[in-house]
Design a binder for this molecule. Structure first.
Ligand code: G6P
Length: 606
């Protein structure tokens, strides 16, 4: 969690840090702060709340200086407050640190430091690192950092600076992500690439267990044991415009509108007459060796996995399981050597997903990553990577990455189905043609914005909203409910439609909104029957259904229409009206759509 940025060069450090933090704010927005070195001292300014509060303080009292570090926080230890905001200092004030992640043994370290007379100013685990760096300093910041991290266990990234060596920043990566941006006579540090895309597209990825010693001339990387590391820079494909709102009121709305293009990109060169997977060397070489697929993920990516499970079983006849990563880790799963572990993560940095993927590998499974971020931890650890090419996703509530995850899994399921002889060439071609038609169909949904907007007005006053569907429609209902909860703060609950009558129906009374996803033909008549039962309780039914479905109009109060497609791919289209519905409800209620309370985009702590 949290976002880190660092800068050494000839620009105003404060300006670079604030711009970087603005791009990292999706990682947490409980507080923000910067430290800038100038004239033999380090000045710190920080503020509880959104970045703008910090900016206000910096406008009143700017910090001069050309080297500094900054932080945007998602609180783990200690409430959001000025005091707990980063950067944290040692007692002399000469050493400052920012940190992303958790120091697991901070309590013992704090007791030890307090016993030696150190007075703590915050409740954070981070502050121990500031005192440890200071305590181990003997003229070389890098050595002090090395000693400090040797004492601190956990998954984190640390960036330290001292007034005694201005122009030098030392960073360490202990699992949590960190990149170095290379400029001309200036060097950047950040939790992720978009933070400093305005300044450079050349990056060094700092790997787990490495220390980066940063000056304006570049960065020297070495292992925690002091062995130098040769690392070639990578060039980021994304450009700065991709991380701007581009005329939309919110990133979420912009990202929803990007979806036709995202589907096109994810399909990309992988889709000719038949599916060709790029660079999946292990999977491509051993399609018949996969006895079971273990899908693991969190949040929206987990909902994508729910769809994937059905696709792999239906189109490739491979038994598939899908498990929340945090459950799989502690669930004693029976993962065997002929298993393929499919870890899905937009960021590729979710701590639980990484841990579950490692566990699956430990049990002998091959690891296939489905991710958006090139060079992410998950991508680097996997045997094979299927990139979703959604481009940077800034809104905390995921939309386009979800759609791209569905498309990626559809391609994989088709390819596996064909490679294993389950699908005939003509069936594959037919389904591939359906996939190719999806960008235009998604675009046509985005031309009918009125429906979701109008329905949203009815829903904005609701206390609870129920989302139902059967089979793949249940997965879509889960994602629809999550979107609504995340950004509108209205309670929503999703369940298989057939389950409603086994308990939850007791909560359905006159006017209770029930959102029904009704695209799967096999269970269409069952859905209609279930909706009659709901209507009998005078609920208000909002349906998502194909545009040629006439029967649904007889039971639903409102219908959000989508173009017809092959049922296995309907989740790709059906999610879009539900994203728009959540967006408009949240907008109606005046919520902070791109940065909903208590959440962060990338959860890099357990
Ligand atoms: C956080 C975000 C969710 C996201 C989940 C998994 O909880 O708020 O929107 O779905 O993490 O993120 P990942 O990067 O692994 O897909």
């Amino acid at each position: 969690m949290c976002g880190i940025v660092g800068y050494v060069g000839s620009r105003s450090a404060q300006e670079v840090l604030v711009r970087g933090l603005r791009r990292l704010e999706y990682r947490g927005y409980d507080s923000a702060g910067v430290a800038v070195a100038h004239n033999g001292a380090v000045a710190v300014t920080k503020a509880e709340g959104k970045l703008d509060r910090l900016v206000g303080r910096l406008e009143e009292a700017p910090l001069p200086g050309r080297a500094g570090i900054g932080h945007t926080r998602w609180a783990t230890h200690g409430v959001p407050s000025d005091r707990n905001a980063h950067p944290h200092r040692d007692t002399t004030g000469d050493f400052v640190v920012v940190h992303n992640g958790i120091v697991e043994n901070f309590r013992a370290l704090r007791d030890e430091l307090e016993a030696s007379g150190v007075e703590f100013r915050s409740e954070t685990d981070t502050e121990v690192l500031a005192h440890l760096v200071a305590a181990h300093y003997d003229g070389d910041l890098k050595e002090a950092v090395r000693h400090a991290i040797a004492r601190a266990s956990g998954a984190y990234a640390l960036v330290a600076m001292t007034a005694r060596e201005p122009g030098r920043i030392v960073a360490a990566r202990m699992i949590s992500p960190l990149v170095v941006g290379l400029g001309r006579g200036e060097t950047f540090l950040a939790s992720d690439i978009p933070a400093v895309l305005d300044y450079t597209r050349r990056f060094l990825i700092v790997e787990d267990g490495e220390i980066a010693d940063v000056t304006r001339d570049g960065a020297a990387i070495e292992t925690i044991d002091g062995d130098p590391v040769e690392r070639s820079p990578i060039t980021a494909e994304w450009d700065a415009a991709a991380v701007e709102k581009g005329g939309f009121d919110h990133f979420m709305l912009k990202e929803i509108h990007e979806q036709p293009e995202v589907i096109r990109r994810t399909l990309g060169a992988r889709m000719q007459d038949e599916v060709a997977l790029d660079g999946l060397s292990w999977v491509e070489g051993h399609p018949s060796e996969v006895a079971r697929i273990w899908i693991t993920a969190c949040g929206t990516a987990y909902h994508a996995g729910l769809v994937g499970r059905v696709l792999f079983e239906r189109l490739a006849r491979i038994p598939a399981e899908v498990a929340y990563a945090h459950e799989l880790r502690y669930g004693h799963p029976l993962i065997g050597e002929r298993s393929l572990s499919l870890a899905i993560s937009q960021s590729g940095e979710t701590a639980d997903t990484l841990a579950a993927a490692r566990l699956a590998r430990h049990h002998g499974a091959r690891l296939l990553a489905l991710t958006n971020v090139v060079g992410s931890s998950l991508a680097r650890e996997a045997d094979d990577v299927l990139y979703i090419w959604a481009g940077p996703e800034i809104s905390v509530a995921s939309t386009k990455a979800y759609i791209a995850m569905l498309v990626g899994q559809s391609l994989l399921a088709l390819w596996l189905g064909r490679a294993r002889g389950v699908l005939s060439a003509s069936e594959e071609r037919k389904l591939a043609a359906e996939l190719s038609g999806l960008p235009a169909k998604a675009a046509s949904i985005l031309e009918r914005l009125d429906g979701p907007r109008r329905v949203a007005e009815h829903l904005a006053g609701a206390g609870s909203i129920y989302f139902i569907g059967r089979g793949l429609d249940h997965a879509t209902a889960m994602e629809g409910a999550l979107k609504l909860k995340e950004i509108s703060y209205i309670h929503a609950e999703a369940m298989p439609a057939g389950e409603l009558k086994h308990g939850t129906l007791a909560l359905v009374t006159e006017g209770t909104p029930v959102v029904a996803v009704v695209t799967q033909q096999e269970v269409h008549s069952k859905m209609l029957l279930g909706l009659q039962e709901v209507k009998a309780r005078r609920a208000t039914v909002i349906a998502v259904a194909y545009e040629d479905d006439e029967e649904i109009g007889l039971v639903a109060d409102h219908v959000l229409r989508i173009p017809r497609t092959a049922d296995p791919f309907s989740p790709i289209l059906a999610a879009i009206p539900l994203q728009l519905l959540a967006y408009h409800v949240a907008r109606h209620l005046g919520r902070d759509i791109d940065q909903p309370r208590n959440l962060a985009k990338s959860v890099t702590v357990e």
